[in-house]
Design a protein around this ligand. Structure first.
Ligand SMILES: [Zn+2]
Length: 347
């Protein structure tokens, strides 16, 4: 009987690799307060509503370290697994989120930029607070030394790469000195990275986190894992619950193009990991406009008809799942950073 079940699982796995791929979603927060910048804030009341929603709807909030290890080593994850992360290390996490997370018994991760803590900025946590959270089971990880824009420059020279790595390595040294062991994880400030950086991070054995949305599976790009922003306009549970229930669209994430574009008109071609059912129902959204991508046998292409504005823009795509009332999810974040005005006018 056991052998038959194993055989059946293997058969189903090989027929439907997307179904067998174990995945989980990561939520991203910044401030949890009533009086901080609206674009990165969720109120303590709404944050508690998120925690209550997760509990009441059978979500299992898991330790990000265990979740990543399970995915990488093909170990099963609990059903409806979700991890909670915070970027920056704001004081409001300690004051407002930490007590609620303890009450719910939920593990979490905080990515901190170390200079603002070293300089004792009043809106940031102190090293003592971070130590206390780490002792309570939180993971504290790297968000660079100074929270700089890492890839907003004309020339990705060797000097640029060296300085960027120094920025990340210095933060890791400060974290280790103050807190002891911390994982080799980097959350890129603003979720901005480029090919040269993600390649270097992979060489050095880092796991990277972006701010494009989506879930994590074995086929993800582990140098730029997606997270679902869950504050500000994304805090609304009516839309967040669709994202929480989603699974990552099985595509070739490692083969995605460089996120940095120098031109204001862009298209994106994404290679699929095998044939998906219902793929003509794939829909993509860019700045509230819907696009029907051109679907070929093993890829799809989205021609963005709008002109990009300088800065970040995301395209999000969804596809109804073949057997469950949920969606596959895919997101790509561009950074449109034109070359200097001088360079543009000489062309
Ligand atoms: Zn940040």
């Amino acid at each position: 009987m056991i052998t038959f079940r194993l055989l059946l699982i293997c058969l189903v796995s090989s027929l439907f690799p997307a179904l067998a791929a174990n995945s989980f979603n990561i939520l991203l927060y910044h401030h949890v307060a009533d009086n901080t910048p609206a674009s990165t804030t969720i109120s303590p009341k709404d944050f508690e509503a998120h925690l209550a929603f997760l509990k009441e709807n059978g979500y299992q909030v898991i330790n990000l370290d265990e979740a990543l290890n399970n995915v990488i080593s093909d170990q099963p994850l609990p059903d409806k697994a979700v991890a909670i992360t915070f970027d920056d290390g704001f004081l409001s996490i300690y004051q407002n989120a930490f007590p609620l997370l303890k009450q719910y018994g939920y593990p979490f991760t905080v990515f901190v930029a170390t200079d603002p803590i070293d300089h004792k900025f009043p809106q940031m946590m102190t090293w003592d607070m971070l130590r206390e959270m780490k002792q309570a089971g939180a993971i504290i990880a790297n968000h660079t030394t100074d929270h700089a824009y890492l890839v907003r420059t004309d020339d990705y020279s060797e000097q640029w790469l060296r300085m960027t790595l120094e920025n990340i390595h210095h933060a890791q040294k400060r974290l280790t000195t103050e807190l002891g062991d911390v994982p080799n994880w980097i959350a890129y400030p603003y979720g901005e990275y480029n090919d040269a950086l993600r390649k270097k991070m992979a060489e050095e054995g880092w796991i990277g986190f972006g701010q494009q949305s989506g879930g994590v599976a074995k086929f993800s790009d582990f140098t730029a894992l997606p997270r679902f922003p869950a504050a500000s306009s994304y805090a609304n549970l009516a839309t967040l619950k669709t994202k929480l229930a989603s699974v990552p669209l099985p595509v070739d994430y490692l083969g995605l193009p460089d996120t940095v574009t120098r031109t204001s008109k862009n298209s994106l071609t994404v290679n699929l990991n095998g044939k998906l059912k219902r793929q003509n129902e794939l829909r993509c959204y860019f700045n509230s406009n819907a696009y029907s991508p051109k679907v070929q046998s093993s890829s799809f292409t989205i021609d963005i008809q709008q002109t990009f504005k300088q800065g970040r823009d995301r395209v999000n795509c969804t596809l109804p799942h073949e057997s469950q009332p949920i969606y596959y999810w895919f997101s790509f974040q561009w950074l449109y950073w034109p070359l200097s005005v001088k360079a543009e006018t000489t062309q």
